[in-house]
Design a protein around this ligand. Structure first.
Ligand code: Q9C
Ligand code: ZN
Length: 647
């Protein structure tokens, strides 16, 4: 509660002694009423804007902004980009008495649902972006964020699509250019970072050089929504608008901060400098965010804040964000908060991203630069090989090419969310110290289970998933592949136990008895990696996050295991015991298995012995065969033997 004498409705400003920018926010609960007609679940759900608003309030951020309720768009403003017909069809939706009439209309469009409140919400969404853009253009506000739904960027002149009824951002841009010339807005940059291509916006300004449209989106050669060639980088605009349409079409999902920031640094920012916009409108979908169920990308709140910050260098910081997509409620709330904090300029951006762009990202960026260099001289230089050598290669991934590939790895997503959350930034700085030391020491990691198949092991280094796995690996922080690989046999008993695993489903996984037994020989594939990477493998094998601020297995423990041969770790996981199998080239050979006490429990039956699943056994067989260690028959017999003998 505010005390007497204190201003309780101090909308923005210097309550903490610092000066902030005047940031507008639009939020109106009425837009929550647009919903599916029968109450079925849908990703574009009413709660989306509610959770964002709640987050901003709880963080104490909305209180420092100037807050507006929505206002309805006027027909004549909507008709700047939409046909008269389209505007009147959307308007008529509210007067339709029966759902089935609306359902009929919805079914003529692609990916649209409608209810009795859809029309009102659509008019409010568009009108709110218009109002906010007007206030920023006038200088009454420095910048702002319109938390609106339904989204807009898929809506075309004469049709709704992709959850969008009116093209909110396009309406606002045309309003400034055509209806308010006295405001002096002559050039508008529209940036669309929604994971989907802004096909509607592209169409509306296709021949218009006053609007530079930049869309970065998952494209997959035209297989990702809204499928087709519209989002291709060859689509540069036409007539006077030629060169004023820029598409950055990702060839794959899983793009993250590094990929987006590379597109910013090597395409958008240089072009924006040349274009020199009077204002920026941002189609701010948050469905490229990590954890989004439709996007399959990995942009973090930190990534969004850096992208936004870079845009604020233009047009004296006049920028208007309008919410587009974004379907993970937690992700969109956190990403929105990060953006509003940047708009407020109230603290430095904190966080870090350790990954490099994908190889395919550099390919796309180079193609875009080449195509657009005819119009934007700053894109003409060829990118240096030092730069594009900094990349993450894509491991073998078995994914569907649908618009969702995140279902299978919720756990990893949650791991990464907490790791990369801007509120947890300190983790990165603390954890780097042990990493620096351990990155200088090499070890041989001796694998005897599925990791014998190199592509499977590489998932622990590069991240990813191969055939047979039910879960994606996050990979190591250091993605350098193994420096050397070789095979050896060791006198330890191989066996299979546990009912099921997260990665392989029902069936046992491989262990060795930490004690030697000269009657047993276990084939192992040895990978020469750093001790830092070994820890990241250990974390992942034990279901732990890789962002720990201390290693599981440090230099002191390395010394100890070389002396003792076997030591248990405080991992709590199934592979909580390190065994030193000897040395090769003066480098210790380490493996990870269960503890001695677990072996006793396997023997007593307290923990079950179980043969491996087919997928797991096949992965081991592939490793042994492709590694040239055994023939297929030999490999099969070897595993059958280990799986059937009593301990
Ligand atoms: N296979 C926005 O993010 N998906 N719209 C349809 C059909 C539609 C996304 C999938 C995705 C629309 C604003
Ligand atoms: Zn989208």
């Amino acid at each position: 509660m505010a005390m007497a004498g204190e201003s309780s409705n101090n909308n923005y400003g210097d309550c903490d002694g610092k000066s902030h920018r005047k940031v507008g926010l639009v939020y109106d609960e009425t837009m929550c009423k647009h919903d599916t007609p029968n109450g079925e679940d849908h990703p574009e759900c009413p709660d989306r804007i509610g959770v964002i608003w709640e987050k901003l309030q709880l963080a104490g951020v909305s209180q420092r902004c100037v807050v507006f309720g929505g206002s309805k768009a006027e027909d004549k403003h909507l008709q700047l980009v939409h046909t008269k017909d389209h505007v009147s069809v959307v308007k008529s939706l509210s007067t339709k008495k029966k759902d089935y009439r609306r359902n009929r209309i919805a079914s003529q469009w692609n990916s649209i649902y409608l209810n009795g409140s859809s029309s009102e919400a659509a008019f409010l969404a568009a009108g709110s972006v218009v109002e906010l853009a007007e206030k920023v253009a006038e200088g009454e506000l420095d910048c702002g964020y319109a938390i609106v739904r339904p989204p807009g960027h898929h809506a075309e002149p004469d049709e709704a699509m992709g959850f969008c009824l009116f093209n909110n951002v396009a309406v606002a841009a045309s309003y400034l250019l055509d209806e308010r010339p006295e405001l002096g807005v002559k050039k508008i940059l529209i940036v669309d970072w929604d994971v989907h291509h802004g096909n509607g916006t592209q169409k509306m300004f296709w021949k218009d050089p006053r609007v530079l449209f930049f869309s970065v989106h998952r494209h997959e050669h035209g297989c990702f929504y809204p499928a087709g060639d519209d989002g291709d980088y060859n689509m540069v605009g036409e007539g006077p608008g030629e060169g004023f349409n820029i598409n950055v079409p990702w060839e794959q999902g899983r793009c993250g901060d590094a990929d987006y920031l590379a597109a910013w640094d090597h395409i958008l920012i240089p072009v924006a400098k040349e274009f020199n916009p009077d204002i920026i409108l941002l189609s701010a979908g948050f469905d490229a965010a990590i954890g989004d169920p439709l996007g399959g990308c990995r942009v973090t709140p930190y990534g969004y804040s850096v992208m936004l910050k870079k845009l604020m260098e233009f047009a004296q910081g006049k920028i208007v964000l309008a919410l587009e997509g974004g379907y993970n409620l937690d992700s969109i709330a956190k990403s929105s908060l990060a953006c509003v904090q940047v708009l407020l300029e109230d603290k430095p951006i904190q966080g870090s991203s350790e990954a490099y762009p994908f190889e395919s990202t550099w390919r796309v960026i180079q193609a875009v630069r080449k195509k657009l260099s005819a119009y934007w001289p700053s894109l003409a230089d060829v990118l240096s090989s030092n730069l594009i050598d900094q990349k993450t290669s894509t491991p073998i991934i078995v994914f569907s090419s649908s618009d969702s590939e995140t279902e299978d790895y919720a756990d990893d997503i949650l791991d990464q969310m907490s790791r990369l959350n801007i509120e947890n930034h300190h983790v990165d700085t603390v954890s780097t110290s042990w990493r620096r030391d351990l990155s200088k020491v090499d070890v041989w990691y001796a694998s005897f289970g599925s990791n014998m198949w190199k592509p499977r092991f590489l998932c622990y280094i590069l991240g990813g998933q191969v055939e047979g796995m039910k879960k994606v690996c996050v990979g190591s922080m250091d993605k350098t592949p193994p420096k050397q690989i070789m095979w050896e046999s060791f006198p330890h008993r191989l066996f299979f136990g546990r009912e099921s695993s997260v990665t392989w489903g029902v069936g046992g996984v491989a262990f060795i008895n930490p004690l030697t037994n000269l009657n047993d020989q276990t084939h192992m594939c040895l990978y020469r990696i750093t001790l830092e990477q070994f820890n990241d493998v250990l974390f992942q094998e034990n279901g732990l996050k890789v962002d720990s601020d201390s290693p599981l297995f440090g230099l002191d423990t390395l010394q100890l295991v070389e002396k003792k041969g076997s030591i248990p770790l405080a991992s709590g996981g199934w592979y909580g015991n390190i065994v030193c199998l000897g040395k090769e080239c003066d480098i210790p050979i380490l493996t990870m298995t269960c503890t001695l006490s677990a072996v006793e429990k396997f023997k007593s039956g307290e923990i079950p012995l179980r043969p491996p699943s087919e997928a797991y056994a096949n992965t081991m067989i592939r490793g042994l065969v492709e590694g040239g260690r055994l023939s297929e028959e030999e490999a099969k017999a070897y595993i059958d033997n280990a799986a059937s003998k009593p301990l």
